[in-house]
Structures are given as C-alpha cells and as structure tokens.
Design a protein around this ligand. Structure first.
Ligand code: ATP
Ligand code: MG
Length: 438
C-alpha cells in the first residue's frame, strides 16, 4: 500500500482523489443495497461517504458493512475517489475497516433522526446529543467567546486570577447558598468571586479578571437560571466612576461578538444563527426611566423594585424597536443592591448597573464602597454581621483604592447572542434544581 494520509472525515476534498487515505469516526448511517454498501462516516469536521461496491470490495469488508451497528467507531483505510454524488465531492473505497468500538443497540436516542427528542432525554444522554453538529457548535463558539474575553482583558492590562470556590461566607444573599461539610466546619460553594476580587484591589493587582464556576441554589425553574454557571468577573482599581467599568464591558462584549462573527462562520451556519453586532454606544437608561418606559406600555412596576423577568423582556422589546440589542440600566435603588455597592449620597440610588442583552440581564456591576466605615454601615443596614466578614473588611482598613467591577454570565451571553431558547443549551452538563446527573 502506498503512504496513508490521515484525514479528518469532514476535511477530505476532491483534491485528495486517487490518494490512499485513513479516516476515523462514527458510523452515522449505513445502507446495504445488495450490490453496493454506503457508510456515512462522521467526525467533528463533517461527513465522508465510504462506498463499497460488492465487485471491488473484499467479502470481509462487505460483511462488516452489513452488520455494523449505527454510531460504532471505525477506522477506514482506502482510496479516495472524486464523486459527484457524495457530499464534499469525494468518497472512499475501503480496503480495510477496523471496528474500534461497536455501538450497542438500540441507541438511547437518534443522532440524525428528525423526530423531536424531549429535552430531558437529550440531557440524560448528553454525550449522544452532543454528537449532533448543531448541538456541538454552541460549545465551539463558547470556547471562542472565552478566548476572545481573555485576549481583550489581557490587552487592557488585566491579570487573570483564580479565587476559592470553597468559602466561609457568601456575598450575593443567603437564599441561594449551597452549604456543605468542610472537615469540622460549614462551608459554602462560592456564589461569585466578589469578596476576593475586591480584596485583590487592596493587594495592588489593580485590574483583575476571573472566569470560573459560580454556584447558586436557584429555587425556580427558568430558561436563564441554573445552579452552576461560568461567571466572567472583573474588578478595576482607581476608577473615576462606574462609567470606567461600563466602558470596559462595552469594549469587551463588542470584541467578543465581532470575534465570533469572524471566527465561527461554519458553526453559525450549522446553527442557522444570525449574529449581529449591537449598536454602540450602548444606550444608558436610568433605573427610574426604565421603570417609566415599561409602565408606559402598561406594565406595573413599583419604584424601588426590580424590573422582574417580564419587565426586562418588555424593556427589551422597546429597545429592540429602536434598534438596540444591548443597553445599560443604571443607578438602581441602593436597597435593591448588595452591601458592597456604593450609595449615591443624597438620593435613594446607588452607583450600580445592569447590562441587558435582548431583554435579559447578562451582567451586573458598579462602583464599590471602598470606605471602611461606610461599608460596615451598609452591612449592618442589610442585616449582616460584619464580624463574619472580618477577613474581607480587613483589606479595607489598610489602604483600599476606589474601585468597581462586574460579573457577567458567560452562558447568558452565549444564549442571547445565538438566540438559544434556554441557557441549558449553552452548558454541557447543566445543573438545576432537579438535575445532578450526568
Ligand atoms: P437574575 O436577577 O437574572 O437572577 P442576578 O442579578 O441574581 O441575576 P448577579 O448576582 O447580578 O445575578 O450575577 C451576575 C451575573 O451572573 C448575572 O447578570 C447573570 O449573567 C449571571 N447569573 C447569575 N445567576 C445566574 C444563574 N442562576 N444562572 C446563570 N447565570 C446567572
Ligand atoms: Mg444582577
């Protein structure tokens, strides 16, 4: 045999014709028509047709083709031939087929069947579900999103950090804390890196970011909440105002979406997703104005309350009519915001913001309270015991610069960018109130 060229199934082109090639992948579909057998071999890059005419193929190979269960993993060696009928314009005439792993049958779910499979069945057999190119494409895009975030922040002088996920106290409110045994102590899974990234501002790291898991015991079933998600957090010291933080996020989300449009064309095509770059500058709505805007369309939101899911959605529709996919809602009532947010003195508001994307919050942030006394006051006002935050408060007593930052849900960004109906579509193995397996 002449030299064998290792190829990815989906990468074979007519230029490979008349070459001896080796391809490996999953047997997606097999047709035995008596005089000829066809096998569609699939890998991450696509599909190649293995064509075995009885007259030109060894009987052992015809036998394997006849009995091969769908979704088995095989290695095929053979001659590549130009073909008008085959996808990609090339097929392989097999001189050898090795079954690397035979699939059991029946399959827990189909890979190419058009029938609609229940979401639960899909997530129960996620390894199988992910064999579908459109399901997998989301994760190739998500990987690019993370790499683009990294690139943008490093370019802007940020240091990537990793803070503990096993912690002694939460930052985002007690209701969504997961508690666990930690030797002889009680610990919690981190809801966000909030306290730690702030402490790093006192450490002089200046600009830090973290991309890591965050855990929230979310009691409700929604299409935008899960109990484990990837949080993209940033914190910046020596800011003049929260505007500095907003500008960083604006630049970053622009770079990410533009980067996906450029790098992920094949995946976007498989998904049939039309990604567009949100108009800049992102419009800034004062919280009060946002409440008025949804009220003008007939929705009741009490001043001082969160807009709520429905309010956010309605605001998204209003903004979309003006051609705006991303926009800020800022200066929320301080009462609605956590203790670490800075109050806007002389008003009931705070230096806080949300970034909404097509009617859904994807990020929250603001300027932090860096003055020790005011911070302690705020904790007490929120009914928290400053004693249990000593490790954190100490960092504010020995030189803490003014600072601000954000937390952004990576899966929410991917979900809205690709118009996915549910955040779970952007998570390999989602975790929620009822799902802990696989
Ligand atoms: P929401 O009001 O939508 O429940 P939140 O205001 O409680 O979110 P934050 O504490 O502001 O959430 O967290 C920062 C970001 O983390 C959010 O803007 C969102 O993108 C993401 N996030 C928060 N909770 C979840 C969750 N349960 N599942 C997925 N992403 C989440
Ligand atoms: Mg929020």
């Amino acid at each position: 045999m002449s030299t064998v060229n290792n190829r990815n199934s989906g990468n074979l082109t007519p230029a490979d014709a008349e070459k001896e090639v080796m391809v490996q992948g999953w047997a997606q579909d097999i047709r035995n028509l008596g005089g000829i057998s066809f096998l569609q071999l699939r890998d991450r890059h696509g599909i190649v047709q293995i064509t075995a005419p009885k007259k030109k193929t060894a009987p052992e190979i015809m036998e394997i083709m006849a009995s091969l269960p769908r979704e088995s993993v095989v290695k095929v060696t053979g001659l590549a031939k130009a073909s008008k009928q085959a996808k990609g314009g090339v097929e392989v005439l097999p001189s050898n087929i090795e079954v690397l792993s035979a699939a059991a049958s029946p399959l827990p779910m189909g890979v190419i069947d058009k029938v609609n499979v229940e979401a639960d069945t899909r997530f129960d057999h996620r390894f199988m579900d992910l064999r579908k190119p459109n399901v997998r494409a989301v994760f190739e895009i998500k990987s690019q999103v993370l790499s683009l975030i990294d690139q943008y922040l490093v370019k802007n002088g940020f240091t990537e950090v990793f803070t503990p996920k096993l912690v002694a106290s939460g930052a985002e409110g007690g209701a969504t804390l997961f508690q666990l045994r930690y030797f002889d102590q009680t610990a919690y899974l981190a809801q966000s890196p909030q306290l730690y990234k702030q402490m790093l501002m006192s450490a002089g790291l200046d600009r830090v970011f973290e991309i890591g898991p965050a855990f929230r015991a979310e009691p409700s079933d929604t299409v935008r909440h899960v109990s484990e998600f990837i949080s993209f957090d940033g914190e910046m010291a020596f800011i003049e105002s929260q505007r500095d933080v907003q500008q960083m996020i604006e630049g970053c989300t622009q770079a990410v979406i533009a980067g996906v449009m450029e790098r992920c064309k094949p995946q976007l095509e498989i998904l049939g997703a039309e990604v567009t770059l949100p108009k800049t500058p992102y419009p800034v709505l004062a919280y009060e104005d946002a409440v008025e805007m949804v009220a003008a369309e007939g929705m009741k939101v009490e001043l001082g309350e969160d807009l709520g899911t429905e309010g956010e959605k309605l605001l998204g529709e209003i903004m979309s009519r003006q051609g705006n996919d991303m926009y800020w809602i800022q200066e929320y009532p301080e009462e609605a915001k956590p203790f670490y947010i800075m109050e806007k003195d002389g008003s009931p508001y705070s230096f806080s913001f949300d970034l909404d994307y097509k009617g859904q919050e994807i990020s929250s942030g603001g300027q932090r309270e860096h003055r020790y006394d005011r911070l302690v006051e705020r904790m007490e006002k929120k009914g928290l015991d400053p004693q249990s935050f000593n490790f954190y408060l100490e960092a504010f007593r020995f030189g803490m610069p003014p600072h601000g930052g954000w937390g952004l849900g990576v899966e929410r960004l991917v979900q809205k960018m690709l118009d996915l109906p549910n955040i779970r579509e952007a998570i390999l193995f989602p975790r929620d109130r009822v799902r802990l397996v696989p």
